[in-house]
Design a protein. Structure first.
Length: 200
């Protein structure tokens, strides 16, 4: 996730309806994102740990989400390989760790620690908790990213950009899993014809 891409995404990406910057302070921020899907918690978990299938290519360092992977166990890596060339037989030129798994309880919670995208170059720590629970007709996925420490950009400016990018990833995951349709709006009563002062 290159910094310029992250900034552009904040303007161009439509985030989930309930996305929210929960808090900002001089030393950090909290963003929260929910999504309701028709899939079961087990199906959500199975898809969640395959970021190569739903993470956006434009928010990778290699330009291809196929290079992403998550090891869903304590100490496991949310990592990205950096291919040396387009040849599948070429040795990678490097790799990077986006986050480290610190809590994994299938299919209920995946918690990872790390600074995503341009935050990686700052003296900060971030914790992303992904909670999954059963709701009527499927599952609710809740992402909460808590970031704290020293950063050169103001937290109140960085928070909405991070919120937008995470919202894009969650929306993509939800689309793969079958997003739940919002309940229909209540019917509005039919408008009554206006009556004149004389009652006619």
């Amino acid at each position: 996730m290159r910094p310029s891409i992250l900034v552009a995404a904040a303007v161009l990406v439509a985030v989930p309806v309930h996305a929210e910057v929960v808090a900002t302070a001089a030393n950090g921020f909290v963003v929260r994102q929910p999504a309701d899907v028709t899939a079961s918690p087990d199906a959500v978990w199975a898809e969640l740990i395959k970021p190569d299938e739903w993470w956006s290519d434009k928010h990778t360092f290699s330009g291809d989400a196929a290079n992403l992977s998550i090891e869903p166990q304590a100490g496991g890596c949310f990592c990205e390989m950096l291919p040396a060339s387009a040849s599948p037989r070429a040795a990678p030129r490097g790799s990077l760790e986006h986050m480290r798994v610190i809590y994994a309880e299938q299919p209920r919670v995946l918690r990872m620690s790390g600074a995503l995208g341009p935050l990686q170059s700052e003296a900060i720590q971030g914790t992303l908790t992904i909670a999954i629970k059963t709701v009527d007709g499927g599952s609710r996925i809740m992402w909460e990213y808590v970031v704290g420490g020293y950063m050169r950009q103001k937290p109140e400016e960085m928070a909405p950009m991070v919120d937008a990018v995470l919202g894009e990833q969650l929306s993509s995951l939800a689309k793969k899993l079958g997003p739940k349709e919002p309940p229909p709006a209540p019917a509005q009563p039919a408008a009554q014809p206006e009556r004149s002062i004389e009652g006619r």
